[in-house]
Design a protein around this ligand. Sequence first.
Ligand code: SAM
Ligand code: DTB
Ligand code: SF4
Length: 344
Amino acid sequence: MNAVISEPISHFDGLRHDWTLAEVEALFELPFMDLVYRAQTVHRQHHAPNRVQMSTLLSIKTGGCPEDCGYCPQSIHYDTGVARDAMMPVEAVVAAARTAQAAGATRFCMGAAFRSPKKKDIERVAQMIREVKELGLEACATLGMLTPEQAHELKDAGLDYYNHNVDSSEEFYNKIITTRTYQHRLDTLAAVRNADLKVCSGGIVGMGETRTDRAGMLVTLANLPEHPQSVPINQLVQVKGTPLADAKGEVVAPAAVDGFEFVRTIAVARILMPLAQVRLSAGREAMSDELQALAFMAGASSIFYGEKLLTTGNPDVERDRQLLARLKIEPETQTQTDARSGCC
Ligand code: SAM
Ligand code: DTB
Ligand code: SF4
C-alpha cells in the first residue's frame, strides 16, 4: 500500500508517467471513501471544484464502418438498424454547432464512422473545423486512424482536440476488436501529439473486462509521453445487434460493472492524470442523478451535453441543467474554457 502513497515525480512535466499496474490496482482496492477523498483532493488542487465543462457531439458521417468494434452500433459487421449516411454538408454541421453553443456547450466534437479518413474527407472536415472555430467554440474531431500528415492538416485547419480512445487494456482490446491492433491506436495518438493537437483518449467500462483491464487502460493513458488533455470514461451503452448485447439489448457482458466501480474508475483516472479533463461520457442516460454526483465528486470535470451522443441517447438539456443547478455546479463558460486551455 505504501507504493500507492509515495508518488515520485518522474518526468519533465512534473507529472508521473511511470505508474505500475500493481500501484494502480492498489488504488482501485482502497476503501471507497478514501479513494474518492483522495481523488477530490487532487481535483481541487487543479480544477474549480464546482464547475463542469460541456462538449456537444455530432455524428457527421454515420454507420457503415468496416471495423468490428464489439460495442459499436456503427460497424457494418452488426445489424443494429443504424442507417449508413454520407458525410453531412458543412452548413448543416455549422448550424448544429451554433445550436450547441447557444445551449451552453464550449466544445463541439465531430465524429465520423471511419476506419481512417480519405483525402477528400480531411478536406471537408477541415472546412467544418474552420467554421466551428469562427464561432468561437473549441473544435474536436474523431475520424479513426490518422497519418502524421493528416494530423498536421487538421491542426492547420484550427482543430484543438483529436479523440481516439484506447478503449480498454491491450489484452481485453484484442477480444473486442479484431480489425486493428492496440499499436494502431497508439500510433495515431503519437501522430496527434506530434502535430501539437490536444489528445482526447479514454475508454469504455462495462464490456466484461476485469478490474485489472480497467487499471491497465489507465496505466496506458497515464504513461503516455504526455497525459491526454481529455479523458472520456464511457459506460457501455448496450446496443441491440452488437456482440455486447443480446437480441433484446440485454447484458451479455459477463460482469456488468456496478456504479461504485464506475466511480472508482473515474477517481483513479483523476489521481493518475491530475490536469486532464476527465469526462463523464456515454451511459449517463442510464445513471441516476446521485451516481453522476458521485462521479463529479470523484473528479469528473466534463460531460457530453445534448440529447444525442453519436447514434444513441443522452440526457436532455433540461435534465442536465436541473442536475447542475441542484448541485450548484456551474457550466464552464467559453472564456473559462479558453483560459484553461491556453487559447486566444
Ligand atoms: N471511428 C472512430 C474511432 O473509433 O476512433 C471515431 C468514432 S467512435 C464511435 C468513438 C468512441 O465511441 C469509441 O472509441 C468508443 O470508445 C465510443 N463508443 C462507441 N460505441 C459505444 C458504446 N456503445 N458505448 C460506449 N461507448 C461507445
Ligand atoms: C467518447 O469517448 N465517447 C463519445 C465520443 N468519444 C466520440 C462517443 C460515444 C458513443 C456512444 C454510442 C453512440 O452514440 O453511437
Ligand atoms: Fe468504426 Fe469507430 Fe465504431 Fe469502431 S468505434 S466500428 S472504428 S465507428
